[in-house]
Every structure is written in structure tokens, then in C-alpha cells.
Write a protein that binds this ligand. Structure first.
Ligand code: NAX
Length: 331
């Protein structure tokens, strides 16, 4: 039998946490033969609710779940973890300035970076979900200098999956027959959902999604807006933000990162930019990546037309501004 993997979920008493922890305990994230020990962190006002989640995990009697640590102590939470899913953060409340929200999250991610750096297992993989996800991940990277930059990522897989979902509905094809959409840039409304290189499996072979949709106006307009604004549409409908889809996408992100992407398929991940596609180095930016042996690689050599270039640059610009804002909160 395999040794258990320790998985940290911060903000575990929240909405996404409640959807995510049972998925992890069922093997959705790491496989149905991989035992896990769950580490759940939240803040003192949520301690009782967190304990309730722990009680339910016990009650569900998950065969793969070998232990649960539920705590408000960040060091205890981070100790020995192999995977860290950072869902906890400070939400934007009505009337709050962007800088104030940023400042709260910068201080949270700075201190959690130090705890992970000092106490997590070597080679711990980190996924930041909490918004502003790219910039929180960047702060975490800056304040955990001994964790390799390649181990720190943020979630844009939900946006990627939303793009697959929209193409599936538009063409009336199975979502599993579509691949290689791309989310470029920030997990925000400036993200660029790009289908230029996406394909669809059909009875007569693999076809270009763009050709099948055969409506560039839709692909360059409404499609992009729907994906960018989908989070807001969910809030409007549910009066709560996306939770099950966010949790499921976080599982997809970690599973593909650890176990690999299928041959010929890429996924979108927010990763530390090396300057690929002329995106400024030193940002956490969403790129198309393939994964093998627990490491991601940015897909190289894709053609970028003029329309796409502008979109890639606009979202990079926003991330550069966010980075500056985050740094201004440090001083
Ligand atoms: P909730 O408010 O339901 O849960 C957040 C939890 O984090 C709460 O239990 C809170 O007590 C806890 N928390 C706050 N500060 C903490 C700290 N310093 N340490 C540990 N825990 C802390 O929000 P939820 O709906 O679960 O969303 C969580 C985060 O995910 C938000 O920042 C949200 O904006 C972000 N999202 C990111 C998505 C993505 O694709 N990257 C999509 C979904 C989601 O909107």
C-alpha cells in the first residue's frame, strides 16, 4: 500500500473547502489508490465550524482518509504537508478599496509562505485558489525563497474548464472530446480564453474548434465575455460564489500536475513566467502547460495572432499593476 500524502487545505471551513475536502478524501485529487491525511486550517472565528467539518469527515468513513488535522495554528497546519491548496483569504467587502483587500491578503500570504517554507515537506507543491490568486501566489513565492518557483502555482483551471463547457454547449459535443483551450494571464476579468489551438474529436477525426464553431465574431466577443464573467453569473444565480466547480477544478489542477497530462493535451495553470510568449518574467501568469513526472512545462511555439497578442499584453499589464500594488502594501 502507498504511504499517505498530506494535503493542506486553508480556508477549509469555507464554501470551497466544504466541497473540496470530501473530493480529496475520496481520491478525486490524487487517485483512488492514494491514501491521504487532510490538514485543515482556518481562523479562530471559524474554529467551531471547522471542527464540524472534521466531524463530518469522520462520519463519512472515507476508506482513503488516514487522518485529519483541523487547526487554527498555521505551523501545525503546514507541518509535513506534501500538497498545499490555499483557499483561505480575505474577501473584498462592499465599499472596500482594492488596496485594503490587497494589503490584507499580502499579509496573510506572507506569513503562510514562511510557515510553508519552514515546515512543509521538501518539494511541497502549492496551489493558490484565493483571490487575487495570481498575486497571492507571487507573494507566497517571494516570501518562501527556498521553495522552488516551479512548485508555486495558482488556479485558472476553473476558467479553462468553463471555456471547455461553453464550447461543448455551443457545438453540442461532449466536453471530453474537446481539448487544448487556453486561459492566458490573470484569474480576473482580463483573462484571455483562447480557442485558436483547440480541437474537437469527431467521427471523422480531430477538427479545429474554431472551424467547427465557424463564428469568429462569437469566439472573439461573447464567448470571451461569458468565460470572463462566469463567476459573476454564478453569484447572481446562487447568491454565493462558485464552490463545487472551483473545488473540482482544483482537484483537476493537482491531479494533472502530479500524475501528468495525457499525451497531446495541455491544460491551463498560473505559473511563474520565464518570459515565454513575451510575457514579462517574474509574474504568476496562466499559460498552457503539459505535466510529466510532477513537473509542468509551458507549451512552446504556438502561433499568436494580432488579436491574441493584444489580449495577452492587456492581462499581463494588469498583473504588473497588481504586483506593484502588492509591493506597495509591504512597505
Ligand atoms: P469563503 O469565505 O466561504 O471561505 C474562505 C475561508 O477562508 C473562510 O472560512 C475564512 O474563515 C478562511 N480564512 C480567512 N482568512 C484566513 C487565513 N488567514 N487563514 C486560513 N483561513 C482563512 O470563500 P470561498 O467561497 O470558499 O472562496 C475562497 C477563495 O477562493 C476566495 O478568495 C475566492 O475569491 C476564491 N475563488 C477563486 C477561484 C479561482 O478560480 N481561482 C474561483 C472560486 C473563488 O471565487
Amino acid at each position: 500500500a502507498k504511504d499517505p500524502v498530506r494535503v493542506l487545505v486553508t480556508g477549509a471551513a469555507g464554501q470551497i473547502g466544504y466541497a473540496l475536502v470530501p473530493m480529496i478524501a475520496r481520491g478525486v485529487m490524487l487517485g483512488s489508490d492514494q491514501p491521504v491525511i487532510l490538514h485543515m486550517l482556518d481562523i479562530p472565528p471559524a474554529a467551531e465550524a471547522l471542527n464540524g467539518v472534521k466531524m463530518e469527515l469522520v462520519d463519512a468513513a472515507f476508506p482513503l482518509l488516514k487522518g485529519v488535522v483541523a487547526t487554527t495554528d498555521v505551523v501545525e497546519a503546514c507541518t509535513g504537508v506534501n500538497i498545499a491548496v490555499m483557499v483561505g483569504g480575505f474577501p473584498r467587502k462592499e465599499g472596500m478599496e482594492r488596496k485594503d483587500v490587497m494589503s490584507k491578503n499580502v499579509s496573510i500570504y506572507k506569513s503562510q509562505a514562511s510557515a510553508l517554507e519552514s515546515h512543509a515537506a521538501p518539494n511541497c507543491k502549492v496551489l493558490v485558489v484565493a483571490n487575487p490568486a495570481n498575486t497571492n501566489a507571487l507573494i507566497l513565492k517571494e516570501f518562501a525563497p527556498s521553495i522552488p518557483a516551479k512548485n508555486i502555482t495558482c488556479l485558472t483551471r476553473l476558467d479553462h474548464n468553463r471555456a471547455l463547457g461553453q464550447i461543448s454547449e455551443r457545438l453540442n459535443v461532449q466536453v471530453s472530446d474537446i481539448k487544448n483551450v487556453i486561459i492566458w494571464g490573470n484569474h480576473s476579468s482580463t483573462q484571455y480564453p483562447d480557442v485558436s489551438h483547440a480541437t474537437v474529436k469527431t467521427s471523422s477525426g480531430e477538427k479545429s474548434a474554431r472551424e467547427l464553431v465557424s463564428d469568429d465574431e462569437w469566439l472573439k466577443g461573447e464567448f470571451i465575455t461569458i468565460v470572463q464573467q462566469r463567476g459573476a453569473a454564478i453569484i447572481k444565480a446562487r447568491k454565493l460564489s462558485s464552490a463545487l466547480s472551483a473545488a473540482s477544478s482544483a482537484c483537476d489542477h493537482i491531479r494533472d500536475w502530479v500524475l501528468g497530462t495525457p499525451e497531446g493535451t495541455w491544460v491551463s495553470m498560473g505559473v511563474y513566467s520565464d518570459g515565454s510568449y513575451n510575457v514579462p518574467a517574474g509574474l504568476i501568469y496562466s499559460f498552457p502547460v503539459t505535466c510529466k513526472d510532477g513537473e509542468w512545462t509551458i507549451v512552446q511555439g504556438l502561433s499568436i495572432d494580432e488579436f491574441s497578442r493584444k489580449k495577452l499584453d492587456a492581462t499581463a499589464e494588469e498583473l504588473t499593476e497588481e504586483k506593484a500594488l502588492a509591493y506597495s502594501c509591504l512597505s
